[in-house]
Ligand binder design. Structure first.
Ligand code: URA
Length: 234
């Protein structure tokens, strides 16, 4: 793709603005040589004010989502896009969250502009496991693991029972829950259905990718191997 269009699609500005920046030498090759408006140089070889460009449209990003941010572009409050560079809002194709987390859920949120990848992750056929750390208002009774594993639990106003899910008790008020689907407010509704209440919810992993030591509110690009392991955990 030609340089001006590539930069405009990444949200750096309009094509006209990009032409001005290129003319002023602010966009160059990694070796410092100047570039033309219609250069088709590889993405990784381009520098903007000396720095590599934002990840390209095939990239997968991870964010450590803090409390209080919604996965929406329209919410009047704080939104997850506030935690990404402002220009990401102007990207074509847009960068979208892969699945959602509630405003009051923290942890691993993936983003991509690659629609095929997004659908591979959220497709029920892919069966990508999602691991949640749950803090509960009331102590676990001991039968929750068997109830969730049975694959028979029905949530209110749903037509199909939940798929089997795995619960690991960490202590009476804390558990690790692995889901293989993603229904609306699923973890909170599962515990509500059995008479408990989720006080805090944190997603620690999606497929083979864990949050690791990424600080809260920060994002980074996944390596190609990490992105592949979202769908095919090793
Ligand atoms: N389940 C929930 O209840 N909330 C989330 O954000 C994710 C899973």
């Amino acid at each position: 793709m030609k340089l001006v269009k590539h930069l405009a699609n990444l949200g750096y500005g309009s094509r006209k603005e990009m032409m001005a920046l290129i003319r002023n030498g602010r966009v160059a090759a990694a070796d410092g040589s100047p570039l033309d408006f219609d250069s088709t140089i590889a993405h990784r070889e381009i520098r903007f004010d000396g720095a590599p460009l934002d990840p390209d449209a095939s990239a997968v990003l991870m964010l450590n989502k803090p409390l209080g941010y919604t996965c929406s572009t329209k919410d009047p409050g704080r939104i997850v896009y506030d935690l990404l560079p402002m220009r990401f809002r102007f990207r074509k194709p847009p960068v979208s969250p892969i699945g959602r987390l509630d405003r009051d859920t923290t942890g691993l949120l993936l983003f991509t502009a690659d629609g095929a990848f997004l659908h591979r992750v959220i497709s029920p056929k892919s069966n990508v496991p999602k691991v949640y750390e749950v803090t509960l208002a009331r102590p676990l009774k001991g039968d929750e693991g068997a109830i969730f594993a049975a694959g028979t639990l029905m949530l209110e106003s749903e037509k199909k029972p939940l798929l089997p899910a795995e619960l690991e008790e960490l202590d009476p008020h804390h558990a690790r829950l692995t889901l293989h689907e993603g229904r609306y407010h699923q973890v909170r509704r599962m515990f509500a259905a059995i008479g408990n209440h989720v006080e805090a919810l944190h997603r620690a992993a999606v497929g083979g990718v864990a949050l690791g030591d990424l600080p809260e509110g920060k994002w980074r690009e996944l390596t190609p191997d990490e992105a592949e392991s979202v769908i095919k955990p090793s």
